[in-house]
Design a protein around this ligand. Structure first.
Ligand code: ADP
Ligand code: ADP
Length: 233
């Protein structure tokens, strides 16, 4: 069963074509890595999946909820889609004026309607899992980049998503710190989380992903088994 289905996605900004006819399917429990040069449109595909961008044409279906480019999304469908897909960004995007605990709890209260105690309990459980329980009362700026990214992952997981979307999650980190984040991602993959990861980490793409999607110039130029694609001349 495909948890994500993207069909004929297209998007332009004025005369600039950013996506041309992008289609892909992500089976449940699989990891898709998207690679390709900067400006290829990888981030835009993820942002369309998470409703941060609106495609000009095409369809996206996530966890049974459909987005059709031509149609207005109902508020109910929008909320369901936002819960279905957890997003992790290159620059963490934590709320700087809130403690680490509050960063993880607030979306649960807003999106899931959990009360503060329930949300805090869930947040502490996830922080403990990330090895960051002692950071709960700190502000994000006092945490290292790798810690901030693991906090961002915890914040996304707290909403119980069916899929996790990662947009260059280690690109802003020193390699030795990026490893901590990659370990968390590998663990999620081994637990069966469905994931789409835009990345420059070829080791991760080769060893963790089930499907490699190579983008260039707004389109998919190759996709399939990572080892096979990487061994191509
Ligand atoms: P990638 O993730 O592969 O680096 P992006 O999806 O970020 O590529 O960007 C694809 C292209 O779309 C780039 O040329 C970028 O400059 C352009 N782009 C992205 N967002 C906008 C925007 N809001 N307005 C105009 N161009 C944009
Ligand atoms: P990140 O590197 O964190 O993915 P970007 O720097 O690519 O973020 O983009 C930041 C914001 O600027 C996004 O909202 C994106 O849509 C917009 N953007 C990116 N490229 C362009 C562009 N060429 N023209 C206008 N807006 C752009």
């Amino acid at each position: 069963e495909n948890v994500i289905q993207v069909r004929h996605l297209a998007k332009s900004y004025g005369d600039t074509v950013v996506l041309r006819d992008v289609s892909l399917a992500v089976p449940e429990g699989s990891v898709t890595a998207m690679i390709g040069p900067s400006g290829a449109g990888k981030s835009t595909v993820l942002r369309c999946m998470n409703l941060l961008e609106k495609p000009d044409s095409g369809e996206i279906e996530i966890d049974g909820h459909a987005i059709n480019a031509g149609e207005k999304i109902s508020p109910k469908n929008l909320a369901a889609l936002r819960r279905s897909a957890g997003m992790v960004f290159q620059h963490f995007n934590l709320f700087p004026h809130m403690t680490v605990l509050r960063n993880i709890s607030l979306p649960q209260e807003r999106v899931l309607g959990r009360n503060k105690d329930e949300a805090n309990t869930k947040s502490m459980e996830l922080l403990t899992r990330m090895g960051l329980a002692d950071k709960a009362d700190h502000y994000p700026a006092r945490c290292s980049g790798g810690q901030q990214q693991r906090i961002a992952i915890a914040r996304a997981l707290a909403l119980g998503p069916r899929v996790m979307l990662f947009d260059e999650p280690t690109s802003a980190l020193d390699p030795e710190v990026g490893v901590e984040v990659l370990e968390v991602m590998k663990e999620l993959a081994s637990e069966g989380m469905t994931m789409v990861v835009v990345t420059h980490e070829m080791g991760f793409a080769a060893n963790v992903s089930d499907e490699l999607v190579v983008m260039a110039d707004g389109g998919i130029i190759e996709s399939g088994d990572p080892h096979q694609i990487m061994s191509d001349p």
